[in-house]
Design a protein. Structure first.
Length: 161
């Protein structure tokens, strides 16, 4: 079996940042990983079955999921707005892109900023450069509300130094 096509795949900034975050966690460090979200594997059968069940039971699940995701979106957006300046909440989605300038960061190199932030403050964000938006960072709403807010607080404390 030939795998030469894999050599043409561009490296993933999300996977790189997430790998360092996982290494730090494995070493016992507290890491606020706000970077996760890029799919890298095919969908397992159990996930497909769960999706079918969710569709079949949509009436009972939708309001709970919607409320949970809105809360996961609103809590870090509120924390960001209180710590920095007002951040507009996305209408939908699992991610929020924020300009480094909103965070008070003068540099525009999002990769360097995210690497420094993870190394020094154990906060993982995805560089906007991975999406063609250097000068921005991406927050994920995929964690608990407590961890999302704690991550924003850790980011703020780091940037206040």
């Amino acid at each position: 079996m030939e795998f030469s096509h894999l050599m043409r795949i561009e490296p993933s900034a999300t996977i790189a940042i997430n790998s360092v975050a996982l290494q730090k966690k494995a070493a016992g460090e507290r890491v606020y990983n706000l970077s996760v979200g890029e799919p890298i594997l095919s969908t397992p059968d159990v996930v497909i079955e769960a999706a079918l069940s969710a569709i079949q039971n949509a009436d009972t699940l939708i309001s709970n999921v919607r409320d949970t995701m809105q809360n996961r979106r609103d809590a870090p957006v509120k924390a960001l707005s209180e710590a920095f300046q007002t951040v507009r909440s996305p209408l939908a989605g699992l991610y929020l892109f924020v300009s480094l300038s909103v965070l008070g960061v003068p540099e525009k190199d999002s990769v360097a900023f995210c690497e420094h932030l993870l190394r020094e403050a154990n906060v993982a964000l995805v560089p906007g450069a991975a999406f063609g938006q250097d000068g921005y960072v991406r927050f994920s709403f995929g964690d608990t509300i407590e961890n999302l807010v704690a991550g924003v607080r850790a980011l703020h404390a780091f940037l206040k130094k």
